[in-house]
Design a binder for this molecule. Structure first.
Ligand code: URA
Length: 241
């Protein structure tokens, strides 16, 4: 694998030397399932680029969160995903497992993804900050600023067709606004031309189950935007858990 990564680094270095700032991926017409795969042959290149970025993060000490972490939670999923979910930052379980959204809130997200007719492996799941804030506090502005280039580069590599931001921090950060999440959710915004649907964080839903139908309504808009079939669900039902 490291041979492949070295090859990709060489190719990317070549583009960089030519002054090309964006990787010239060919975004071909949607394949059979337009939501799951966009370009087939680009997936390997994107996986390599994500691998190289992950290696670049190794041992990162860009902010004080690095001193308390067990793991850097880089993100996971389909490198060529049409749909990307972006959360806030790892919690306790994520820090232990080095995987995003694997705790209780993560199970709720997994169930939302399933209700949307998808699997976790079909989408890409990332976070604004990659190291666990102590006691699961909100990440601070400097911590967000230090980590932001990484999620931006993940988005650039994956080039999703739609992004769903989970909760206040990721929504406000990506959309560059202070508007509260309760007002942001439910409408599309744009990040670098990519439609962004802000919605409530799954951890909020664990405490406010009555609002699950709102997240489900947001998810339906996302499916519609992606041109995916809308799953038949009983009215008012959101992701279960
Ligand atoms: N909450 C987040 O925002 N991200 C995770 O990965 C887990 C919980």
């Amino acid at each position: 694998m490291s041979g492949v990564l070295d090859d990709i680094k060489t190719v990317l270095g070549f583009y960089e030397a030519l002054g090309i700032e964006r990787i010239p991926f060919e975004i071909s017409a949607p394949a059979l399932n337009p939501t799951v795969k966009k370009g087939g042959h680009t997936a390997k290149v994107k996986a390599g680029a994500l691998g190289a970025l992950k290696e670049e993060m190794d041992e990162c000490t860009g902010c004080k969160l690095s001193s308390g972490r067990k793991s850097i939670v880089f993100g996971e999923g389909n490198p060529d995903a049409s749909l990307m979910f972006i959360g806030e930052g790892p919690g306790k379980e994520e820090d232990i497992e080095a995987r995003p959204f694997v705790g209780e809130a993560g199970q709720l997200l997994t169930s939302l993804i399933a209700k949307m007719g998808l699997k976790r492996e079909d989408v890409y799941i990332g976070n604004i900050v990659k190291c666990r804030p102590p006691g699961n506090r909100d990440p601070e502005e400097e911590e967000i600023a230090a980590c932001l280039p990484f999620i931006k580069r993940q988005i650039e590599i994956i080039s999703p067709r739609v992004i769903m931001t989970l909760g206040r921090i990721s929504s406000q950060t990506l959309i560059s606004t202070r508007i509260p999440i309760s007002r942001l959710r439910g409408s599309f915004y744009a990040y670098e031309g990519i439609p962004v649907m802000p919605t409530f964080h799954p951890a909020y839903l664990l405490r406010n189950r009555k609002d699950k139908h709102l997240v489900w309504a947001d998810a339906l808009k996302v499916l519609e935007k992606l041109g995916m079939p809308l799953p038949p669900l009983k009215p008012g039902r959101g992701p279960s858990k």
